[in-house]
Design a binder for this molecule. Structure first.
Ligand SMILES: Nc1nc2c(c(=O)[nH]1)N[C@H]1C(S)=C(S)[C@@H](COP(=O)(O)OP(=O)(O)OC[C@H]3O[C@@H](n4cnc5c(=O)[nH]c(N)nc54)[C@H](O)[C@@H]3O)O[C@H]1N2
Ligand SMILES: Nc1nc2c(c(=O)[nH]1)N[C@H]1C(S)=C(S)[C@@H](COP(=O)(O)OP(=O)(O)OC[C@H]3O[C@@H](n4cnc5c(=O)[nH]c(N)nc54)[C@H](O)[C@@H]3O)O[C@H]1N2
Ligand SMILES: [Mo]
Length: 753
């Protein structure tokens, strides 16, 4: 086989079989390819793949119903027809007895690149046609910002991805103040695929021009070393206090832009009043950064073109709305919002598709189907919903009620990766009648399901890879035969739709190849309409890729707003430094102007250390955790926790030791790396090691999954978003013989009676 093009969320590549081994090499145009690509070869034949439809024995033999046996029982392998018949009957039963809102199809997760076989698109389409379902809104990534920013700045997409670009930073910015950093490990990833990782070179170019980078983070590695960034490491969760202290200094020294505040902002008098007494000393007492350093930084910010970036991690924590809002307010005081390379940007550097102009034409995508029933939860409240059916909760000014879920359907996500407090999640999942999962591999989620349907990986099917801010559309050609009896998600859902009487409406009578050609039409037509070269589908497929023309790098909505030609769709039409609407909700955990709010679970003598559980550098979330790059990052098969020498020494912890992280919710083991690249009082354990309980009775994760420790509460009643980034723990040396890590294996599968 010659090398064929393909695409993953972490890069466009060419795949080729050589002497029975799959080899993967990055696209030639990529200036900084991702090491995560080397996880891919392990995907094709790994023994942790799901080979055949599998059912939990109790579900198959005794029928649906709540149980604590999920995750503890053996599986039976069954035939496709019999399992689909049983599932169709279960759908009919749940619809007839409880109605469509009793089906939860939030099905959050990143799945894989590929615009047709996109798992979310497929499952939402299916459940919509099936009569509706309870869905989810917002993401684990940016849930707090997604709800806050429309109130105070503008629609999430319009004020984030493309307003401040890497090209602008390379050309214009004097100071980049990066809260949470802009780690290159993170921009490795972009949903839908990325052909050019441009971030490193853009930061280099800015640095060479003389731009100064200031990193605010507990981890030194959150900006590339070569930028010689000033590293400030405040106590985690105190950024809003630091921002307030900076704002106070600007005000006290008259460095704020009075005119911009008067013409482009609402709520300044209220915000100004709130700064009283919140000076640099006050901030220093909370965040641990010296007051003189705070004042000097404030002066520096006012001295040239300044960009304030707030990473997604800051808002993935309790009161996560506040640092986003306080960062915006600080930038508003500097008066540079809407200028090239200046002002405020959320999430830049946290994903590869931020900071780039949109393409001039739309990329192929499967259009969404409306959900015929209006039932939804904020995505991270899934365990609350299962544990508290019929109970009320607040969200974004609404008084809402949790639905009563009987059937959970997951396709393309891993809740045992993404959710917090896994012991609680496990209890919550015990409440449903049936839990169905489509998976390629035996993740902890699959192991907790009643019905596991084996899904192909992208390598085993044809698709189109694309993202709206990446120039390359990729013909993702098939690289391998489907593993075992695995089927495409689309084919599985089509077979189920057929049994439920809406097969033709689901497939629209098209084969996969016909779908791809159909999705391409919109892009082809837009190219032709704008006078660009517009290959037919067959020409595109034969060429293997097509480069789309870039759209304008014009600062979008914020530049237009600054210039006076656009209005922001906020309550005043301006940037809200305070919001009467948010104040009217009456939430003490998200008041009417930005401020630092103390954590409800601060460090204590029992749990004295902050645990930062951030994104892993060696993989995407839990995906391909068994691949080469991910495996190479572990020690003794365990995930690595970073700890400062000053915290390691009194605990008798040396580099390479196995340690136990523990708090009131749970415990996990990890391998210690002692390093001064992490702040004192903070340990860092990335997400993504597959949850591997020590035994059926001991939920300690022997592999290093931080979500056994994190707290399952919303950011606030405003957004109810994920708070997985930060929690508090104790860390101790694990003196006993550490248990073997057997994370990537099949559950017990027994022959049928
Ligand atoms: N503690 C803590 N927790 C966090 C975070 C944190 O910062 N700290 N971050 C959160 C964030 S930002 C996110 S986005 C979430 C990520 O959470 P997820 O998106 O759920 O994590 P993934 O590991 O990407 O899960 C995708 C799953 O889909 C499967 N899959 C891939 N392709 C296909 C396909 O084509 N079909 C099917 N059926 N399955 C497929 C993969 O095998 C994998 O198991 O985690 C969140 N959790
Ligand atoms: N390689 C890789 N890249 C990824 C992903 C992946 O799984 N792997 N996931 C992608 C996804 S879905 C998302 S949403 C983005 C997430 O993007 P982010 O949320 O920005 O990424 P994280 O790595 O979780 O956090 C970034 C850094 O914030 C710092 N931090 C944590 N708490 C605090 C705090 O209180 N204050 C300050 N100042 N800093 C803090 C941590 O040191 C951490 O390294 O990443 C994307 N990129
Ligand atoms: Mo995310």
């Amino acid at each position: 086989m010659t090398a064929v093009p393909h695409s993953a969320h972490w890069g466009v590549f060419r795949a080729e079989w050589r002497e029975g081994e799959l080899q993967v090499r990055p696209h030639e145009a990529d200036p900084n390819p991702s090491p995560v690509l080397q996880n891919i070869p392990a995907a094709v034949r790994n023994p942790v793949r799901v080979a055949r439809p599998s059912v939990r024995r109790g579900w198959w033999e005794q029928g649906p119903g709540p149980t604590d046996r999920r995750g503890r029982e053996e599986f039976l392998e069954v035939g496709w027809d019999e399992v689909l018949d049983r599932l169709a009957a279960e759908f009919r039963r749940v619809h007839a007895e409880h109605g469509p809102t009793a089906v939860y199809g939030g099905s959050y997760g990143w799945a894989s690149a590929g615009r047709f076989h996109h798992a979310q698109g497929q499952i939402h389409r299916f459940l919509g046609l099936a009569g509706g379902y309870t869905q989810s809104v917002n993401t684990y990534s940016g849930g707090a910002a997604e709800v806050l920013l429309p109130h105070v700045l503008g629609p999430f997409d319009a004020v984030t991805r493309s307003v401040v670009t890497w090209d602008q930073i390379a050309a214009h910015t004097d100071t980049v103040l990066a809260f949470g950093g802009m780690a290159l490990k993170n921009s490795t990833v972009a949903a839908g695929g990325v052909s050019r990782h441009v971030e490193r070179d853009a930061m280099r170019a800015a640095h060479r021009r003389g731009a100064r980078f200031v990193l605010v983070s507990p981890l030194r590695q959150d900006l590339p070393d070569e930028l010689d960034a000033r590293w400030l490491a405040p106590e985690p969760g105190t950024d809003a206090a630091l921002m307030t202290g900076l704002a106070h200094t600007l005000l006290a020294e008259g460095l704020h832009d009075r005119e911009f505040l008067a013409t482009h902002c609402a709520g300044w008098p209220e915000y100004e009043r709130s700064l009283r007494g919140r000076d640099a000393e006050w901030a220093a007492g909370i965040c641990g950064i010296d007051a003189e350093e705070i004042r000097a930084l404030a002066r520096r910010l006012a001295a040239g073109r300044t960009l304030i970036t707030v990473s997604q991690s800051l808002q993935r924590a309790e009161h996560g709305e506040q640092p986003v809002w306080a960062g915006l307010a600080l930038a508003a005081m500097l008066g540079q919002i809407g200028l090239p390379g200046g002002g405020f940007v959320y999430g830049l550097g946290s994903l590869g598709h931020y900071g780039r102009p949109r393409n001039a034409v739309p990329v192929p995508t499967l259009s969404r189907r409306p959900n015929p029933v209006r039932s939804y939860i904020p995505v991270a409240r899934v365990a609350d919903m299962l544990l508290h059916p019929g109970e009320r909760y607040s969200y974004n000014g609404e008084d809402r009620t949790y639905p009563d879920i009987r059937l959970m359907y997951w396709c393309g996500g891993n809740p045992f990766h993404h959710h917090q407090d896994l012991a609680r999640l496990r209890r919550a999942l015990g409440r449903v009648d049936t839990f169905v999962v489509h998976e390629s591999v035996w993740t902890a989620t699959a192991r907790h399901a009643d019905v596991v349907l084996p899904a192909t990986t992208t390598l085993e099917r044809e698709d189109i890879g694309a993202h709206g801010t990446d120039p390359l559309v990729v013909a993702m050609k098939q690289v391998a035969e489907p593993y075992g009896e695995a089927r495409d998600d689309h084919a599985i859902l089509a077979a189920l739709a057929g049994r439920l009487g809406f097969g033709p409406r689901f497939t629209e009578g098209r084969t996969t190849r016909e779908w791809l050609a159909h999705l391409w039409e919109r892009t082809e037509k837009a190219l032709a309409d704008k006078g660009f070269p517009a290959p037919t589908f067959d020409e595109f497929w034969a060429a293997g890729e097509h480069e789309l023309p870039p759209g304008a790098d014009d600062g979008g909505l914020l530049a237009a707003f600054r210039a006076g030609t656009g209005r922001l769709p906020t309550e005043s039409g301006r940037i809200q430094l305070a919001s009467q609407r948010i104040a009217s909700f009456g939430y003490d955990d998200c008041p009417g102007h930005p401020q630092w709010l103390p954590p409800t679970e601060p460090p204590t003598p029992e749990q004295p250390l902050w645990l930062v559980s951030n994104q892993p550098s060696t993989r995407l979330h839990s995906q391909l955790d068994f691949g080469a790059t991910s495996a190479a990052g572990k020690v003794g098969g365990r995930e690595v926790v970073r700890i400062h020498p000053a915290d390691a020494a009194p605990r008798g912890i040396s580099d390479g030791d196995v340690v136990r992280l523990v708090n009131a919710r749970g415990a996990c083991l990890a391998a210690a790396r002692v390093t001064d690249e992490v702040r004192t009082g903070v340990v860092q354990l990335p997400t993504g090691a597959w949850y591997t309980p020590a035994s059926a009775d001991d939920p300690t994760c022997v592999h290093g999954n931080p979500n056994v420790l994190t707290r399952d509460v919303g950011t606030s009643r405003l957004a109810q978003a994920c708070t997985g980034q930060l929690t508090t723990v104790q860390v101790e040396r694990y003196a006993a013989e550490p248990p073997e890590v057997r994370a990537h294996r099949r559950p017990p599968i027994v022959p049928r009676a």
